[in-house]
Every structure is written in structure tokens, then in C-alpha cells.
Write a protein that binds this ligand. Sequence first.
Ligand SMILES: CC(C)(COP(=O)(O)OP(=O)(O)OC[C@H]1O[C@@H](n2cnc3c(N)ncnc32)[C@H](O)[C@@H]1OP(=O)(O)O)[C@@H](O)C(=O)NCCC(=O)NCCS
Length: 180
Amino acid sequence: MKKKFYKIMYILFGKYWFNSNFPVLGAISKKFRSYWFKKINKVNGKVNIERKANFGTNIVMGNNSGIGINSYVQDNVIIGSNVMIGPDVLIYTINHNYEKENVLIIKQGVNKKKVKIGDNVWIGTRVIILPGVTIGNNVVIGAGSVVTKDIPDNALAVGNPCIVKKKIGSDTNEITNCNN
Ligand SMILES: CC(C)(COP(=O)(O)OP(=O)(O)OC[C@H]1O[C@@H](n2cnc3c(N)ncnc32)[C@H](O)[C@@H]1OP(=O)(O)O)[C@@H](O)C(=O)NCCC(=O)NCCS
């Protein structure tokens, strides 16, 4: 109930305000958005929730991480520190059951599986992450990828389905920060 109240406050006082990098008003908007996000979810440190970001509950987010403009993070997601989630990213943790032959899919219920994202990760724009996926530390996911399976540490992964294209160093400076 309390979380629903905070969600309404977020929608009224932050969600549609200024992009975080907009002069002066952006910083205020950013403060409000992260305040409401922290009331609803568990945050260890500072975070940047961007304009029009939408999110559920039971999200754990590490220091210096963010959710990009117009992105959506469903319930039950664990996000590490220094994670950049680009614009229009979708992270889902619910599948509809569909196996029973003579029952409408709408009546078969749902299956919830956590998504985990490690530390020092950059998720490009328009990526879709599906239920149950774990993404390791030091990972880049290319724009438009659909992540259907786990991605190991130190990898650049792209495509639909998203697969490892090359190994990248574990030197954390290799990923440039775009969390404002
Ligand atoms: C993933 C990315 C960072 C890779 O850039 P890069 O290191 O310069 O790598 P390259 O362009 O050399 O690509 C390496 C290979 O992956 C492929 N590739 C790169 N990005 C891809 C993508 N998004 N989807 C599918 N394939 C991709 C390239 O075609 C290339 O394939 P090849 O080796 O068969 O020729 C970049 O392509 C990308 O997707 N950036 C996201 C931009 C974005 O979302 N910005 C928002 C700011 S928060």
C-alpha cells in the first residue's frame, strides 16, 4: 500500500519532469526520481532514474547505477553497481505459462524468474532482457539485443538471440560512464 503511494508520488513528482542532464531543473528532477525509487526499492548508494523510466518492486540496485529514459524494469531484478541501462530498455521477469493444450494461455497463470545484472555493465538502447537471465560483471550488451540466456563475465554480447561476440578486459575503465 505504501509502495503504491510512493509510486503515485513518483508519477506526479518526477517521472515526467526533466531529463537528468537538463541544466539546473534536470538535477532537481533527478533528485526527486531517485528519492521515490529509493522509497520503493532497495538501493545501496546513489542512482540515476531517468525521465519516464518505469519500474516495479523488489529491485535491488547498487551504487552509481541507473535506469535509462523510458526504460522498464519489472519486479525482482538485482542490478549491481556502475550499471548503465540505456534508453528504451525492457527487463522482464514474468512469463505466461502456455504448455497446456486445452486451456487458454490467459488462464494458465504466470512463471516468475529473477533477472540478475552484475557490476560494471552497459546495456545499449532498446535491449530486451528476458526472465531468468543472469548477466555477469564487465559486460556490454549491444543495442537492440534480445538476451534470452546468461551472459558470462567480461563479454561484449550482441544480437537476437544475444551471444558473446568478443571477450573484453576486466579493467573497469573500459566502459565510459553515461549515467548522468
Ligand atoms: C555494442 C557496441 C558498443 C559495439 O561497438 P564496437 O566495440 O565499436 O564494436 P563493432 O562495431 O566493431 O562491432 C563488433 C561486431 O559486433 C556487431 N555488432 C555491434 N553492435 C551490434 C548490435 N547492436 N547488434 C548486432 N550486432 C552488433 C558488429 O556488426 C560487428 O560484427 P562483425 O565482427 O561480424 O563485423 C555498439 O555496436 C552498440 O550497440 N552500442 C550501443 C549504443 C547505445 O545504445 N547507446 C546508448 C547510450 S547509453
